[in-house]
Design a protein around this ligand. Structure first.
Ligand code: VNL
Ligand code: MN
Length: 345
């Protein structure tokens, strides 16, 4: 059913068989990574088994042009902005990661070309090899015309404020394409109490991981070096903007007593200037209303988080949101068109 507004969903996961196969391979090797709880469940199990296998996410991740398109049509989703699902290529060795990132980006561009107007895509890169990552980022935008970048938070426990990743930030800024920092499980250094009760992933661990990543970038001062860099975070901003007042207050104290680097702007100013957020997986009108009031309607985009969240309630959530038509049009499609360089319908 077509909606009153164009519906562009911006955090929609896909995979390709080659990446799924490699995830299955590494899931059989010993690993300290908290991501393995999910990776083993999705990529090395039989549908119908207990746990993640019961959800059969894998077939929905890989089936893009049949089941997914049908579901989009059924619920009036005009466009999905696709991204290679977490943990992307970030758990592979550098050579495998580069090779699979290139392959995934090529496939993504082919899918978009076959369904103009229905899909856009965020390019994957391998942070394990920053120089090669930059080359792939440039190719993905200039040749494949992809719409931005996806990064699944930490890489081997390291975050984007680390100078070794600055070439990646520089490239994203120069190409004028946003980096969507998507969750993966918390890095080894903070996984301890998060290993139990399903807290490793979307219920809690993902938000802690990406929230930490975003705050590290802000307090490190990295946005003074890359003032035009745009970072997108999902899951209602991973709640970072609910903390902004306290982050701001305590960071100014930390700066005063020499525990944090001096910065040109306040944390509040960086968040407003350098971040946009999406509604993926948080269908809560009160949280949406706060977000739009706090950050402005230009900073919030709609997302489903397909296939991890069902489509119908995500559409219903936005259709019935307590926003003006003007703001709803921004959240449903206008911001995505601007930020991801998607031509207006
Ligand atoms: C889940 C949710 C996983 C959202 C995701 O990526 C995600 C989950 C692996 O519920 O397991 O993007
Ligand atoms: Mn997601």
């Amino acid at each position: 059913m077509p909606g009153k507004f164009r519906r562009i969903a911006v955090e929609e996961a896909f995979s390709i068989p080659e990446v799924a196969q490699e995830l299955k391979r590494i899931s059989r090797a010993p690993s300290e990574s908290l991501d393995m709880l999910l990776v083993r469940g999705i990529y090395d199990s039989t549908p119908g088994e207990a746990g993640y296998a019961r959800m059969d996410f894998l077939s929905s991740l890989i089936d893009i042009e049949e089941r997914r398109l049908k579901e989009m049509d059924e619920h009036g989703v005009d466009m999905q902005v696709l991204s290679l699902t977490a943990p992307g290529v970030q758990m592979f060795d550098a050579d495998t990661a580069c090779e699979l990132a290139t392959l995934a980006n090529d496939r993504l561009a082919e899918i978009i070309a076959r369904h103009p107007g229905r899909f856009a895509g965020l390019a994957t890169f391998a942070p394990q090899a920053p120089k090669r990552a930059v080359k792939e980022m440039e190719r993905a935008v200039r040749e494949l015309k992809l719409n931005g970048f996806i990064l699944n938070s930490h890489t081997n426990g390291e975050y984007l404020d680390d100078p070794k990743y600055w070439p990646i930030l520089e490239a994203a800024e120069a190409l004028d394409r946003c980096i969507y920092i998507h969750p993966r499980a918390p890095s080894n250094g903070m996984k301890g109490p998060l290993q139990f009760y399903g807290m490793d992933s979307a219920m809690w661990g993902y938000g802690v991981e990406v929230g930490t990543h975003a705050v590290r970038m802000m307090v490190s001062g990295v946005f003074d070096r890359f003032p035009k860099l745009k970072i997108c975070i999902g899951h209602m901003g991973e709640a970072v903007h609910f903390w902004l007042w306290r982050i701001n207050f305590m960071n100014s104290r930390a700066q005063r007593i020499g525990r944090a680097p001096k910065t040109q702007l306040t944390m509040d100013e960086y968040f407003r200037r350098n971040f946009v957020i999406t509604t993926s997986g948080v269908e809560d009108h009160l949280a949406l209303e706060y977000s739009v009031k706090k950050l402005g309607a230009d900073s919030v985009m709609w997302a489903i988080d397909y296939p991890y969240q069902p489509t119908a309630p995500a559409v219903e959530f936005m259709d019935t949101a307590p926003l003006s038509d003007e703001d709803k049009a921004k959240v449903y499609h206008r911001n995505a068109e601007r930020i991801f360089h998607i031509p207006p319908a």
